[in-house]
Design a protein around this ligand. Structure first.
Ligand SMILES: Cc1cc2nc3c(=O)[nH]c(=O)nc-3n(C[C@H](O)[C@H](O)[C@H](O)COP(=O)(O)O)c2cc1C
Length: 185
């Protein structure tokens, strides 16, 4: 048994943006995490997701502001824009071949692959000493090239940074948790 694998996945936990400090993962750390995030079970040959590093937070702030009602006041606008600037790294998980119209088994399978990708990404960041938090994406009517709403969906944003307190890689679970969603049939 490879115990370090279990130490990694059982010690990982999310950390909110206010606890995510610089440095952000460098390009090597990001590429390694995305490489891990591609090694997921997938029914079709083409991957049903992609990852986008948000290089311009101002552009993201414009998107967040764009979905506010026309009469939103300055304070509301500033708050919406501020969300775009959280954490040293912001990366978007985009689902491909998924739209809001209709669900079938094929789209469920795509979503499962994207979820597996998210998990590998989070684990790979954790293993490299970074912490992260997944937060919901919004559907933007005009996403300014972040994704193409005719065949893609914004699944989530992942905020990443260096944790403000060192990561403890001790195994925090022994597989004896009574809340386990595991039964026999
Ligand atoms: C797709 C997705 C979207 C999420 N969106 C939010 C969110 O907007 N705000 C939030 O506080 N937590 C959100 N969460 C939950 C956190 O990312 C995290 O999973 C939760 O706090 C549990 O933390 P853990 O990873 O330490 O178990 C989301 C999780 C997922 C998978």
């Amino acid at each position: 048994m490879n115990e370090s694998f279990f130490r990694m996945i059982l010690s990982r936990h999310s950390l909110g943006a206010k606890h995510l400090t610089i440095p952000a993962p460098d390009v090597g750390a990001l590429r390694l995490a995305v490489t891990a995030a591609l090694r997921v079970p997938c029914h079709d040959e083409g991957l049903p997701f992609r990852w986008v590093e948000v290089a311009s937070r101002d552009r993201l702030a414009d998107l967040f502001e764009s979905v506010l009602p026309d009469d939103a006041d300055e304070e509301t606008r500033a708050k919406a824009r501020g969300k775009a600037h959280k954490a040293p790294l912001c990366i978007a998980l985009i689902g491909i071949g998924m739209t809001d119209q209709g669900r079938d088994r094929a789209s469920d399978e795509k979503l499962l692959s994207a979820g597996a990708s998210l998990m590998n990404f989070l684990g790979a960041m954790h293993a490299q000493g970074f912490a992260a938090k997944t937060v919901s994406g919004k559907d933007f009517p005009a996403p300014d090239g972040l994704y193409d709403p005719s065949y893609e969906r914004l699944l989530a944003f992942v905020l990443v940074g260096t944790p403000d307190t060192p990561i403890n890689y001790r195994d925090i679970g022994q597989g004896n948790d009574e809340r386990q969603p595991l039964s026999r049939w």
